[in-house]
Design a protein around this ligand. Structure first.
Ligand code: ADP
Length: 600
């Protein structure tokens, strides 16, 4: 709908109109005055002209009728006056009278019409200057048409001249006004550009007065300064923004910033990863419309719950909930966002991947139940065997008693290894310091193999050793490395089938500057998806094939120990074809002797 524009007159407009009216009135008054004067002068001149004409006619008539008989006078006057009337269309009549006032001859011009306004009649005596007597009179009537013509021509000319003058005057005023407003318009345009943010806009104008040019120069100066200021400001703001963005982007948790209408205004890279988004997919869209991998609007309900809270509640207890994206559990916290002036702007959702923590919690509780179970079993076995031996020992022969004591010994070894695992774990968690000495890895491996010989026999397993000669001595903690080897061995024994062979290898890789120990069994193996996880603390592969009880600590302890020696652990396994567990240690362990890594 077009807006009806109301015409409003400014003081300047009013002054211009007033000036124009005044000048018009003045010009009109002068014109009327001039016309009147001219008219008056013309009338007077016409009157004089009439008088001169009648006088001349009188003298002429006396002259032409001199010495003429009375009868002839009127004839002569007729001829004379008729010829005058013919040649002077302005003369309406000529009338001759005798001294008694009787008309001698009256000549009329029928074609001439006397105008009421301009017409005049003038009479002069007919004088006989020879004897100075009056012989009659002549009256002459003038139509005034001649003077009318002059007068109207003069009036028209004057009006024309004044009209031209008025037009030129009005034109000059308007041009002048236009020129003044043109400069104002240029300035107005400039100010509009500046107010719309186009800093640095310059007014280019030639042909303006010096004062206006100064004003324009001052304007241009101001514009340039504003531009410089704005650029500095933008630079500063960009810097600040970049800093904030860099901080936000490098935050390890996912951050999504939403405005008051649930529109996502900012999202960091980690959040994009966690929510499995591509590029700016979620930016400028409603967060409530986000759908997780299960096809659920996982944020909607909690955001609505959050929005129902009062501002105080929002600030004092942020809404916390878990969402699951592609098997990962994300702890999400919604907290309000305020401006510096404490205005509520929207909210921030921080997402933390707690999958690991939750898994660890589950594994911990599994660990506790496993440990209790694992401890109870040998303790129950020990109690019942000791009970039997104590009460009925005499009734058993020597071999049975030996068998009983053998079982007791195995259970005590199991118990001992379990307690050791738990102790080692707490020691490693507490970063306790252990001594490192120069050791022969070959000798450690031999000693570990001889320790598990009883178990090997129990499971009918053979062991094959393959050791490189000239293995250099390394700086390490004897007990920790021995426990790592034993752990690999006892696991191999646990999961290897009866009558199979366990292969132990010790070799050096000079190009990599490493000494490696591997323990290979022909057991049930580990599916690929679990191979990385078996070194995590408390992790146990639980399925039908992996039903052997344990704490899930052994391999984690091996990994921690080996890493504390600057080495690494690895596993190669194929389900149902066996597993090879191993670790490599750097040959020159003296290099790490004085580092913090001694603390294990
Ligand atoms: P645990 O006390 O349960 O044996 P470990 O940390 O030593 O704990 O082992 C973790 C898991 O790795 C075990 O539960 C088992 O499922 C798997 N595992 C370890 N060694 C072997 C192996 N030689 N063969 C097959 N599975 C193994």
């Amino acid at each position: 709908m077009s807006e009806h524009k109301k015409i409003s007159f400014t003081t300047q407009n009013r002054l211009i109109i007033f000036g124009l009216i005044l000048s018009t009135l003045l010009i009109m008054a002068i014109a009327v005055f001039a016309l009147n004067n001219i008219q008056k002068n013309l009338n007077e001149s016409y009157q004089n002209f009439g008088q001169v004409l009648s006088k001349t006619l009188a003298i002429e008539s006396v002259e032409v009728t001199k010495n003429v008989s009375k009868n002839e006078v009127s004839k002569i006057l007729k001829t004379h006056s008729d010829s005058i009337i013919k040649s002077h269309p302005d003369i309406v009549f000529i009338e001759f009278r005798d001294t008694n006032g009787n008309i001698i001859y009256n000549a009329k011009n029928n074609s001439a019409k006397s105008t009421q306004k301009r017409g005049i009649s003038v009479s002069s005596p007919l004088m006989d200057y020879s004897n100075n007597t009056t012989i009659g009179s002549v009256a002459i009537g003038l139509s005034g048409s001649f003077i009318s013509k002059i007068s109207s021509t003069t009036r028209m000319s004057i009006l024309f001249v004044f009209a031209i003058v008025w037009l030129v005057f009005a034109f000059v005023i308007l041009i002048n006004t236009y020129l003044i407003t043109r400069e104002l318009r240029i300035l107005h345009d400039g100010v509009s550009k500046i107010s719309s943010g186009e800093f640095g806009y310059r007014i280019e104008s030639k042909d303006v007065s010096e004062e206006v040019q100064e004003l324009f120069n001052a304007f241009n100066d101001m514009s340039i300064r504003l531009n410089v200021y704005e650029e500095q400001n933008i630079e500063q703001l960009t810097l600040e923004r970049n800093k904030l963005e860099a901080i936000l982007m490098s935050i390890a948790n996912g951050v999504v910033v939403c405005d008051n209408n649930d529109n996502v205004v900012l999202i960091n890279n980690h959040a994009k990863e966690l929510l499995e988004l591509q590029d700016d997919q979620l930016l400028n869209t409603d967060i409530q419309q986000y759908v997780d991998t299960e096809g659920e609007f996982c944020f909607a309900e909690k955001i609505n719950e959050y929005k129902k809270l009062s501002l105080n509640e929002k600030s004092s207890k942020p809404v916390t909930f878990n969402i699951t994206i592609d098997g990962r559990i994300l702890k999400s916290i919604i907290s309000p966002m305020f401006s510096q002036s404490e205005d509520y702007l929207g909210y921030i959702i921080v997402m933390i991947d707690v999958t690991k923590e939750i898994e660890t919690d589950q594994m911990k509780s599994q660990f506790i139940s496993n440990v209790s179970h694992e401890l109870r079993t040998p303790v129950t076995v020990l109690r019942s065997y000791i009970d039997t031996l104590y009460n009925y020992g005499d009734e058993f022969d020597y071999d049975t008693q030996k068998e009983f004591i053998g079982t007791l010994n195995t259970e005590i070894i199991r118990l001992n290894s379990m307690v050791n695992d738990i102790l080692d774990f707490s020691r490693l968690e507490a970063n306790a310091k252990i001594e490192k000495t120069e050791n022969d890895l070959g000798q450690i491996v031999d000693s570990c193999v001889s320790q598990v010989e009883v178990l090997l026999k129990e499971h009918n397993l053979k062991i094959e050793m393959e050791k490189d000669t000239d293995i250099p001595l390394i700086m390490c903690n004897y007990d920790s490395i021995a426990r790592a080897v034993t752990n690999y061995l006892s696991n191999a024994i646990k999961y290897a089938p009866q009558d199979s062979t366990i292969k132990v290898r010790l070799y050096k890789e000079l190009d990599k500057n490493l000494i490696t120990v591997t323990v290979r069994d022909e057991g049930i193996g580990i599916p690929p998806e679990f191979q990385k996880k078996v070194f995590e603390r408390f992790y146990r592969v639980e399925n039908k094939t992996h039903s052997v009880k344990g704490t899930g600590l052994g391999l984690h302890l091996v990994k921690t120990t080996i890493e504390k020696h600057q080495g690494h652990v690895f596993v190669n396994s194929q389900p149902n074809h066996g597993s090879t567990f191993g670790f490599s240690l750097p040959i020159d362990l003296t290099l790490v002797e004085n580092t913090d890594e001694n603390f294990i």
